[in-house]
Write a protein that binds this ligand. Structure first.
Ligand code: AMP
Ligand code: GLY
Length: 427
């Protein structure tokens, strides 16, 4: 088979790396990809939003399956476009991706079907929302309805913070249309976990879980980012918890989406809080997580192509998803300044000096010609630049392997968190 991966992050590089190992795969393409995918696939310089050019490329290269990584093309209907042109694609339709693209839609769905989630009120009027904030107990969570590149959520400890977040959304409209409607939620307490299940719209695979570190700096300080590191499985993960999440959250939501006429096919990502009363939903995403994918994919024992094909044919039940018992840790190296502004084009050194078992998944990297030597080299080209990943029998071993190697990779102003998977009880 010939396969096309849409996206350019470390999530997509990890997918490409795993898909490349499938005996079913002949040619692999990435659009637009990065310097990492360039070594294992052919990069096509096509924007992830240009559905026409992507579908033309699938014809030109005889692509049998397109796999979509990021949320924006899904929310904009890439799957619908491909399906209309009879092109096989792995990823939910626009109607199904609404579970991520509209937090109001997701919340109303959960409330209607009794799926455990944070209590919330939905507002379209700034005055009403403001009055509610003034009367409610703290902390409060203020959320823009639509996609906001991970910046639309404020966990407010003070009324001033909550009012500021409201004003940003509804008065200053910093998220545009995404902030026209706002949710104000109770703040859940507990252990946060990302869970992933493949689904064909009716059947679900087993769940794999990972923890993500969203803040930029050590000790969970600093601004929110796309994610600075991850590990899998969490120390508290168990068969009982997996079963409970399947029965109370994942299965009911998949059944609800089908009932609402928007069956969900692809990977459902539950952002959950394990509270004292049990698991509750913080949010759903319509795709794999980044950086969670970089730590879960190396634990995948099944052939991802088989799994994706069985999702497309509605026969997921026949293709069990198997995960190794090993622990996996991933640490992101980012450009100084990220998630704010940062420089690009800095040569990355040391990528070829790591122990063989250590994996490096590229994100913001590209190949550039060095005019002095005449050679191509890998330079930084984004906020999150690479994710360094290692497996181990135990979490501490995986962690040690990542941190004893990561220091060899350098570029100007680079930084990474030193506390990923630190102090985690793991058995
Ligand atoms: P994101 O939407 O990925 O930017 O996530 C924002 C983060 O805010 C989540 O990962 C949680 O840590 C936190 N968060 C969002 N909603 C709640 C909630 N209802 N209670 C507690 N924390 C929340
Ligand atoms: N790791 C967070 C996300 O992928 O949305």
């Amino acid at each position: 088979m010939n396969i096309l991966i849409v996206g350019s992050g470390a999530r997509e590089h990890a997918l490409a790396w795993k898909i490349r190992q499938s005996p079913r795969v002949e040619n692999l393409f990435a659009a637009p990809g990065n310097a990492g995918t360039a070594f294992i696939a052919q990069n096509l310089s096509i924007d992830t939003g240009d559905f026409q050019a992507l579908s033309r490329a699938t014809q030109e290269h005889a692509i049998d399956l397109t796999v979509v990584g990021p949320e924006i093309p899904l929310a904009n209907g890439i799957a619908d476009y491909f399906q209309e042109h009879s092109l096989p694609i792995f990823g939910p339709t626009k109607a199904a991706a609404k579970i991520e693209a509209s937090k109001v839609f997701a919340k109303e769905l959960m409330m209607k079907y009794g799926i455990p989630t944070a209590m919330a009120r939905i507002f379209t009027s700034y005055t009403d929302a403001k009055r509610y904030v003034e009367l409610s107990p703290l902390p409060l969570v203020v959320k823009a309805d639509g996609l906001a590149a991970g910046k639309g959520v404020t966990v407010a400890k003070t009324r001033e913070e909550a009012l500021e977040a409201l004003s940003e959304c509804m008065e200053k409209k910093v998220f545009g249309e995404s902030g026209e409607r706002v949710l104000i939620e109770e703040c859940l307490q507990g252990q946060e976990v990302s869970v992933f299940a493949f689904t064909d719209g009716e059947n679900l695979s087993s769940i794999v879980a990972a923890c993500d570190y969203k803040r930029a700096w050590d000790g969970d300080r600093g601004p929110n980012t796309g994610g600075m590191g991850s590990y899998s499985p969490p120390g508290f993960w168990s068969m009982e918890l997996e079963e409970r999440i399947l029965k109370e959250i994942m299965e009911p939501v998949i059944a609800a989406m089908a009932k609402e006429g928007a069956p969900f096919q692809g990977v459902l990502y539950g952002g959950l809080m394990i509270t004292r009363e049990g698991p509750k939903v913080i949010e759903f995403n319509a795709r794999l997580g980044d950086p969670e994918t970089q730590v879960i994919i190396p634990r995948l024992k099944s052939d991802p192509v088989e799994v994706m094909l069985s999702v497309l044919s509605g026969k997921l039940r026949k293709t069990p998803l198997e995960w190794s018992n090993e622990a996996s840790v991933g640490v992101v190296i980012a450009s100084g300044g990220y998630p704010g502004s940062y420089g690009r084009g800095y040569p990355i050194q040391g990528l070829d000096t790591l122990e063989e078992e250590v994996l490096v998944f590229h994100a913001g990297t590209k190949l550039a010609l060095d005019t002095t030597s005449g050679k191509t080299r890998i330079v930084s080209d984004g906020g999150r630049v690479v994710t360094v990943v290692a497996l181990g029998e135990a979490l501490a071993e995986a962690r040690e392997r990542v941190y004893s190697n990561i220091g060899s990779i350098h570029f100007q102003d680079s930084f990474y968190r030193k506390d990923i998977a630190e102090g985690v009880t793991w058995s």
